[in-house]
Write a protein that binds this ligand. Sequence first.
Ligand code: ZN
Length: 72
Amino acid sequence: MNYITCDMCKKVVSPPQYDRNYNTVKRLHVCRKCMLATKRDFQDKSEAETKAYDFLVKKEEFVSTVERKCSR
Ligand SMILES: [Zn+2]
């Protein structure tokens, strides 16, 4: 396989280089641009909240954020 399609923006990433121009969240492929945008959104949202999260809760929320964006 010499290309993947980003599940979020539906753009083709070619050639795919893991951790360079795309990443995976569960079974979803997310291009670098979408990943950075999602991380930034998520960071802003987390910082706006006062409660402290533990890492696992945060990870779960990040995954569901990605899934939600991909299902649009
Ligand atoms: Zn994308």
